[in-house]
Design a protein around this ligand. Sequence first.
Ligand code: CA
Ligand code: CA
Ligand code: CA
Ligand code: CA
Length: 180
Amino acid sequence: MLAVILLVLVTAFSSLVRAQIYRYGFIIGTVTIWKTNYYVNQLSDIDSSADKGTHSNFTAQQSGPDLSNDTLTEENTGGGSTNYELDLEVQWTNVDFDETSEELCICGGVMGSESLRVDVWNGSSWQNIIASLNSGWNNVTVSAYLVSSTFTIRFNGSIETADGTQDNWAIDTTLLHVWT
Ligand SMILES: [Ca+2]
Ligand SMILES: [Ca+2]
Ligand SMILES: [Ca+2]
Ligand SMILES: [Ca+2]
């Protein structure tokens, strides 16, 4: 009963490996055996509005999770009064944007008491995709926004008027996880 001959053809595309199963020369299925991670790669200012707050070590977001964190710290923008705000953009370039499944995955460390929001740039404005970042993994589908090779998010404080408490939040890893 070995009339059916299956040939598994493994093709490598950079770090992506897929197995395609052929039967009598016809493709009967595609199985992904490797998923691709793209770590965030640079700072940005896509909205032409200056950052508020500081990174302790942006490159720490580009590896792990390894407990090496980038600590985001609010800045007092209140002038004569006190108002702590955070608005920090980070960006991917040359990312694969046409896979079936596309998730933004952020691994947080110790979070400040103020909720930390994550917004995505849709080409003209910010859209909130995470209302309060948690410690550990935060995974959210971004297929509707990952439509070109450049992808931009920002970390944004949730209390940005009359905020008298300077919060900080530890970010271990920020990546896009895509597969088909
Ligand atoms: Ca900006
Ligand atoms: Ca704040
Ligand atoms: Ca605060
Ligand atoms: Ca890290």
